[in-house]
Design a binder for this molecule. Sequence first.
Ligand code: G4P
Length: 299
Amino acid sequence: MSKTDNLKGYDRSNINWYPGHMAKAKRMMQDNIKLIDVVVEILDARIPLSSKNPDIDELAKGKYRVLLLNKSDMADPEKTAIWKKYYEDKGFFVSIVNSKTGAGVKATTEVIQKACQEKIERDRKKGILARPLRAMIAGIPNSGKSTFINAFAGKACTKTGNKPGVTIGKQWIRINKDVELLDTPGILWPKFEDQRTGLHIAFIGSINDDILFPEDMAYELIKILMKEYPAVLKERYGIEETEEDSVSPVEVLETIGRKRGCLKKGAEIDLLKTSKLLIDDFRTLKLGRITLEVPDSQN
Ligand code: G4P
């Protein structure tokens, strides 16, 4: 049995969150969701499936929904476009953003307005004076919620403070005349539905690295690279043979280890060290912009 067969039962005491925190965050989201018109869920564009929490569909029932494919600067642009269409076909309003540089962030106002068009029309017909749309940012840890809020709010934003009728302590950030954000983002926990989801979440740093199994992550990454990005294996590590029928991920990892001099005493290849090198190369973009998931595929 591989170590990741146990992924579902990860020793969660080691993960940097705990069931108590999960329950508290969920309660907070349930309370806050009543106050808002639209939920803006932030996904990591490198893992648009695994970074989306399916529970939010239940939690955000009746609310307008926007998805942001964040960290687009680290993801494969072609695949990001495919994912945008995939989620739009499912009825979401989707935007591609880079919260770090601010690219695409301002345009989120427009996307929020489009998502809430029905409400805007309804209010107008009833003669209700338009108030800013109220949005909540949500997402799994490390997806970029705080970075996005800072970029979206910018320097000119004003905190509108407590509103009459709104629970004391709630702060709204006025983005512009059209949109207000709740200043506390909703934290969603990744769903460990299967081994692959867990591994993918591990790649983007949402899980404390201490509990990871680098070799399992490396095999998964190599499988994806062999199928989707063989040129990367060739250019970065000089791997010529990438056909699944003729070479296994373990053999590819061994070749990388040999070429990179990751050796133990006696010239045995140090697979752990090689795996860490590979993961680090992915995280620091040395492999280029890689997306780990494609719609409806098992990679
Ligand atoms: P969270 O609130 O959802 O937990 O995430 P947070 O904003 O703290 O972002 C997590 C990390 O992701 C941060 O990096 C942040 O800079 C980075 N990040 C967020 N959005 C983007 C993006 O669009 N592109 C890129 N390349 N990075 C992004 P960090 O290493 O933890 O901090 P720092 O060294 O950048 O300050």
